[in-house]
Design a binder for this molecule. Structure first.
Ligand code: NAD
Ligand code: LMR
Length: 339
């Protein structure tokens, strides 16, 4: 087993470390936005995954250098850099998994929704290229605002007639790993055995950690409120600390790698691979809602029910729904109103 993927096998739905390694080398993976703060360390972690045989790095800048650098690491993946809009089709063609951390990050004082004006167009372009040359791939969307960029991606694929809801994921793993870290700190438990389910969306109060479901944990009312807030606004903590130099990149690269690796295991046929992700479902009135999902050979195999919620969690869920609905609608309308 790879040391990047400790074998803690939690039964809890959103366990993010229960990934076994594989000897087979098969998958073709593309990273779109591969030269960025997330893209570079994410690409490095993916290079270290022996189940990947081709790793295509696409960006509008710097990818030849990033690819040359990573290609010297002795792991099987053949790394190729693709730079500029003319090369996006070549980069995505034939890929099984396309991971998308392209777009601008926040600065202090901004919300994720403030990124919509720039990132919506970037994500739309990537979705159009994906529909054209990789219509059967799984798409993992990291670009913010996730609550809108995932509906944008879906709408573009619908227009192209290639949308498969089982293969489109908003990556919310960063919320889960933050929750695991903060809860283990608070409880004094082994962080490698702590598995928190985080549902909802990926922005502020739409992020819903289900702390009432953490096995063996007991929180004071103050700790419960403080932890919930810290998980919901963990992104702001990093944006503030980076002081204008961007948002979470290294923790996000790790989170993006974990989710991609889990999906690759499931696509290969491994059973009982479960992770939280922002996917289309009917659990709530929102069209997309992060929930524990069993992954399989065709992407989403099963979306799990949320289980029993505390009164506080139920109230937070009801408050989040109007935002999730509005942010999804904004994404859909962006595509529908585009020329
Ligand atoms: P960054 O600016 O460091 O990197 C972004 C990269 O995207 C750059 O290399 C840029 O050249 C590239 N890019 C821009 N337009 C492109 C296009 N049309 N096609 C391909 N590539 C393009 O930013 P970052 O810190 O890596 O963050 C990237 C995105 O991820 C941001 O939107 C950020 O908000 C988001 N993010 C999401 C999560 C999450 O949990 N889902 C976590 C952290 C950051
Ligand atoms: C995060 O949660 O860290 C990311 O969504 C980046 C951000 O803007 O906070």
């Amino acid at each position: 087993r790879s040391s990047l993927r400790p074998a803690a096998m939690g039964a809890v739905a959103c366990a993010v470390r229960s990934i076994s390694s594989t000897k087979a080398t098969a998958a073709r993976v593309a990273v779109v936005g591969a030269s960025g703060g997330i893209g570079q360390p994410l690409s490095m972690l993916l290079k270290l995954d022996p189940s990947i045989k081709e790793l295509n790095l696409y960006d509008i800048v710097h990818t030849p250098g990033v690819a040359a650098d990573l290609s010297h690491i002795p792991f099987p993946a053949k790394v190729t850099g693709y730079k500029g809009a003319d090369s996006i089709h070549a980069a995505l063609e034939g890929c099984d998994v396309i991971v998308v951390p392209a777009g601008v990050p926040r600065k202090p004082g901004m919300t994720r929704d403030d990124l919509f004006n720039i990132n919506a167009g970037i994500v739309k372009t990537i979705a159009e290229a994906s529909a054209k040359v990789a219509p059967k791939a799984c798409y993992l969307i990291i670009s913010n605002p996730v609550n809108s960029t995932v509906p944008i991606f879906a709408e573009v694929l619908k227009k192209a007639g290639t949308y498969n809801p089982k293969k489109l994921f908003g990556v919310t793993t960063l919320d889960v790993i933050r929750a695991n870290t903060f809860v283990a700190e608070n409880q004094g438990t082994d962080v490698l055995q702590t598995n928190v389910t985080v549902v909802g969306g990926h922005a502020g109060t739409t992020i819903l950690p289900l702390l009432s479901q953490v096995k063996g944990a007991s929180f004071t009312p103050d700790a419960l409120a403080a932890l919930t807030h810290r998980i919901q606004f963990g992104g702001d903590e990093v944006v503030k600390a980076k002081d204008g130099a961007g948002s979470a990149t290294l923790s996000m690269a790790y989170a993006g790698y974990l989710f991609t690796a889990k999906l690759l295991q499931a696509l290969k046929g491994e059973k009982d691979v479960v992770a939280c992700a922002f996917v289309e479902n009917t659990l709530t009135a929102a069209p997309f809602f992060a929930a524990p999902v069993t992954l399989g050979k065709e992407g989403v195999e099963k979306v799990h029910a949320l289980g029993s919620l505390s009164a506080m969690e139920q109230e937070a869920l009801e408050k989040a729904l109007p935002d999730l609905l509005a942010q999804a609608k904004k994404g859909v309308e962006f595509v529908q109103n585009a020329k």
